[in-house]
Design a protein around this ligand. Structure first.
Ligand code: NFS
Length: 672
C-alpha cells in the first residue's frame, strides 16, 4: 500500500469527485489507506485533446495521423488530411461508427448468450433455466414469426409452451447470422419509422453482419464518405436496440420473469458488517440469477452462520445490479464508479464479475484486502494471480453459483480489521417496464397507455425523458444525472431511466413515490400521487433501453400524440456517458426519432461538417438528432424546449398553459 501511495502524485478531492456522501467518504478512506482509485487517476492523467476531437486515425501503420482543428477554426477550405488523404470527416465518422460497433457488439453478444441458453433451456438440455413467464413468451412469439395457437379437429388451442419456446429460441439465435431477410424485431416499431428506415436503406439484415461490416468499411482504404459510413453505423445500432438488446430483454424476461415494481435499498450502505457480503458485477444475468437463488437457500445461509456471519448480503454493481434488482429486489451497492470503493470497505468477501464495465484495477484493489475477485466468463479474464477464474457454464450453472457463494462464505473469517462501510443508503421502487407502465398508468380496468397519453395531452405531464447511461470520472460523479432529472421532473417531465443513471436516481431518492411531493411540478406530482408511482421510473439495465423504445411505441399506438416516435413530446439524455455502448444507444435513439443530448463531450468537435450532419441533417431523415451539453441545467432545458416544440407541433401547448395557469380551466377540463 505504501508503494501505491508514493506513486500517486496528486489525489482527487473527494468533494469535487462526487455528490454522494458514501462515495466521498470512501474516496477519502482509500486515500488514507493508500489505495489508488479511478478518481485519483482522473486527476493525474489528462485525456488526449486530439482523441477527444475524434480526429486521430490509427487504422493503419502509416499513422496514427492526427488532424487537430486549427486554433482559429477552419478558414476557407478544410485541407487537413492523413497520409492516405483521409479527411477529418472521414476519420471522425470512422471512429464514431467503430464505437457503435463496439457498443452494439457488447449488447448483442450478451443477447446472443441469453438466446443460446434460452434455446438450450427450451429443449431441456440445461436443467437450471426454465420458462418462468409463459405469458410473456406467448406475447412476444408473434414478433418472432411464431404461432401461439394450433387448430386441432376444428378447435383452436394454445400451442404447447415447450414447442413455442423452442421455435422462438431458434428464430432468436438465427437473428445473429441469418443469410436472407431482415431482423424480425424491426417490425415492432411504428410503421412510419419502419418506412423511414426503408427509405434510407438502413434496415439491419442480421446482427453480426452489421457489426462486421463496420470493421470492413473502416479498414484502411474502404469507405471514404462520412454519410455512407454513418449509414452503416445506423444499421448496426438498430441491430442493437431493435435487435440484440431487445431479444436479450425479451428472453431474460421469459426465463427469469418480467419485472414488476418492487422496493429495495441502494448505495454502498447496503453492505452489512456482520453478514457475508457478496457482490455481483457486470452485465449478463445468466450466472447472477443462479447466485441469487443460491444465496437465498437456507442451506447456504446456515453455512454462513457456522462461520460466524448473521447471513448473506448479496448486492450488485453496474447493470448486473439492475438485472437482479428488477427481478428480485437485490440492492445495488453502487454505480460503475463505485466498484473499487465497494472493495475498499474491507467488507466485500467476494466480488464476482462477468463482462463489461469491469475495471482492470479491481485486481490491484482486491490485493490490498481479503476480497476474493472471481472472473467467470471465458471472454473476460484477468491476468493477475490473485484473481480466481471459475468458468461459468449454463450446463452446471447452479453448481457454479453454489461454489461461488461458498467461497464468499469461507472468506468471511479472513476479513481484516480495516472495515468501513458508509452508512448511506436509500430506498427505491424499481422494476418498471412496458407492461407495468401500462398497468400503473392505465389501471387494471383500462390496462393501456391511454391514461398516460391523456395526461400528456392535458398537460399534467409535459413530456417524457429517457435519462440513461454511465458515470464518467471526467465529470463529478452523479451530479449531472441528478441535476438533470430534478430539473426535468420539476418541470413536469416524467423520467424513464436505466443503467448507472438508474442506480444514481435510486441512490438520490428519486425512485420513490414520495419524492413526487418534494421534487415535481404540480402536474406530474398530481399524476404520481394519484397512481402511486415515482416520477423517475427505473426500467432496468442498459440492454433494457429496448423497453424505452417499446414504451415509446406504445405511446404512439395509444393515439393522440402523432404517428411516430419523433412526433412525441420526448427527449433522451446520457449525461455522464463513458462507454461505446452509450454511443450505440445514443445513435439508435436518434435514428428512432428521439432528440438525444449527451453530457461531457462528444468526439466530434474536430470534424464540424460531420458533427453538423449528426446534429442537424439526421432530423430530416429520422426525426431525431444528436446534441451535446455539459452544463446539466442547460442540458435539461434543451430537452424541455424540444418537448415544448413537439407539444406545439401537436397543438397541445395550449392545454398545458391552462393546466398550469388557471385552476378554473382545470376544473372545466374535469381534472380536479
Ligand atoms: Ni451501461 Fe451498464 Fe453503467 Fe455505462 Fe457500464 S454498467 S451497460 S455502460 S457504466 S451505464
Amino acid at each position: 500500500m505504501a508503494e501505491l501511495k508514493e506513486k500517486i502524485v496528486k489525489l482527487a478531492d473527494p468533494m469535487q469527485s462526487s455528490i454522494d456522501q458514501s462515495t466521498q467518504e470512501m474516496i477519502r478512506r482509500a486515500q488514507q489507506l493508500g489505495v489508488e482509485t479511478v478518481f485519483d487517476r482522473a486527476v493525474t492523467m489528462k485525456p488526449c485533446a486530439i482523441g477527444m476531437q475524434g480526429i486521430c486515425c490509427k487504422n493503419c501503420s502509416m499513422g496514427p495521423c492526427r488532424l487537430p482543428l486549427p486554433k482559429d477554426g477552419i478558414q476557407g477550405e478544410d485541407t487537413r488530411k492523413g497520409l492516405c488523404g483521409a479527411t477529418a470527416n472521414t476519420i471522425c465518422a470512422r471512429n464514431f461508427i467503430r464505437m457503435i460497433a463496439g457498443g452494439a457488439a457488447a449488447h448483442s453478444d450478451h443477447g446472443r448468450n441469453v438466446a443460446i441458453t434460452f434455446l438450450a433451456a427450451a429443449k431441456g438440455e440445461v436443467n437450471d433455466y426454465k420458462v418462468k413467464d409463459p405469458v410473456k413468451l406467448f406475447q412476444i412469439a408473434p414478433y418472432y414469426g411464431v404461432a401461439t395457437t394450433v387448430e386441432v379437429d376444428g378447435v383452436v388451442k394454445d400451442r404447447d409452451i415447450r414447442e413455442v419456446a423452442i421455435a422462438v429460441g431458434e428464430v432468436a439465435v438465427a437473428e445473429w447470422g441469418k443469410t436472407t431477410g431482415h431482423l424480425h424485431m424491426i417490425k415492432r416499431a411504428p410503421q412510419p419509422l419502419q418506412d423511414k428506415w426503408a427509405e434510407q436503406g438502413v434496415i439491419p439484415r442480421n446482427v453480426d453482419r452489421e457489426i462486421v461490416e463496420i470493421m470492413h468499411r473502416t479498414h484502411m482504404g474502404v469507405d471514404q464518405d462520412y454519410k455512407n459510413l454513418i449509414k452503416q453505423g445506423t444499421r448496426a445500432c438498430l441491430a442493437d436496440g431493435w435487435g440484440g438488446s431487445m431479444i436479450g430483454t425479451d428472453l431474460q424476461d421469459v426465463m427469469f420473469g418480467t419485472p414488476t415494481p418492487l422496493q429495495a435499498e441502494c448505495d454502498l450502505g447496503v453492505m452489512k458488517e456482520d453478514h457475508v457480503n457478496l457482490i455481483v458485477h457486470g452485465h449478463e444475468p445468466l450466472l447472477s440469477e443462479m447466485i441469487v437463488a443460491a444465496a437465498q437457500s437456507q442451506e447456504l445461509i446456515d453455512y454462513a452462520k457456522t462461520k460466524g456471519a448473521k447471513g448473506i448480503q448479496l448486492s450488485g454493481i453496474c447493470c448486473t445490479a439492475n438485472e437482479v434488482l428488477q427481478r428480485h429486489g437485490v440492492p445495488p451497492a453502487g454505480t460503475f464508479l463505485q466498484q473499487e470503493l465497494a472493495i475498499i470497505t474491507g467488507a466485500c468477501d467476494a466480488m464476482v464479475v462477468d463482462v463489461q464495465c469491469i475495471m482492470q484495477n479491481l485486481a490491484n484493489v482486491a490485493k490490498c484486502f481479503h476480497t476474493k475477485l472471481i472472473t467467470t466468463h471465458p471472454i473476460a479474464r484477468m491476468e493477475q494471480p490473485n484473481v480466481l477464474h471459475i468458468e461459468f457454464d449454463e450446463h452446471h450453472a447452479m453448481e457454479d453459483a453454489i461454489r461461488i457463494v461458498k467461497i464468499a462464505i469461507d472468506n468471511f473469517e479472513k476479513r481484516g480489521a480495516e472495515v468501513m462501510i458508509p452508512r448511506h443508503k436509500s430506498s427505491q421502487v424499481a422494476g418498471f417496464g412496458v407492461e407495468s407502465i401500462k398497468y400503473h398508468l392505465g389501471g387494471s380496468f383500462r390496462g393501456d397507455y391511454f391514461t398516460l397519453n391523456d395526461n400528456i395531452i392535458n398537460g399534467r405531464i409535459r413530456g417524457i425523458a429517457g435519462v440513461v447511461g454511465c458515470n464518467n470520472a471526467r465529470t463529478k460523479h452523479n451530479e449531472e444525472h441528478i441535476t438533470i432529472m430534478k430539473e426535468l421532473i420539476k418541470n413536469d417531465v416524467i423520467v424513464l431511466t436505466t443503467g448507472c443513471s438508474a442506480i444514481a436516481a435510486g441512490m438520490h431518492g428519486l425512485c420513490t413515490p414520495e419524492s413526487a411531493a418534494v421534487h415535481c411540478g404540480p402536474g406530474l406530482r398530481e399524476v404520481c400521487e394519484t397512481v402511486g408511482i415515482p416520477p423517475v421510473l427505473h426500467l432496468g439495465s442498459c440492454v433494457d433501453n429496448s423497453r424505452i423504445l417499446l414504451a415509446a411505441t406504445e405511446v404512439v399506438k395509444a393515439g393522440g400524440l402523432g404517428n411516430d416516435i419523433c412526433d412525441l413530446p420526448a427527449a433522451g439524455s446520457a449525461p455522464e456517458w463513458m462507454s461505446e455502448k452509450a454511443i450505440s444507444i445514443g445513435h439508435y435513439f436518434v435514428t428512432s426519432g428521439v432528440y438525444t443530448v449527451f453530457g461531457y463531450h462528444l468526439p466530434l468537435e474536430g470534424a464540424p461538417v460531420f458533427k453538423d450532419y449528426l446534429y442537424k441533417d439526421m432530423e430530416k431523415m429520422y426525426g431525431g438528432m444528436w446534441d451535446c451539453e455539459p452544463d446539466p441545467v442547460k442540458h435539461a432545458w434543451k430537452m424541455i424546449n424540444h418537448i415544448d416544440k413537439k407539444r406545439k407541433e401537436l397543438g397541445i401547448d395550449k392545454a398545458r398553459d391552462r393546466v398550469l395557469m388557471d385552476m378554473a380551466d382545470r376544473q372545466a377540463l374535469g381534472m380536479e
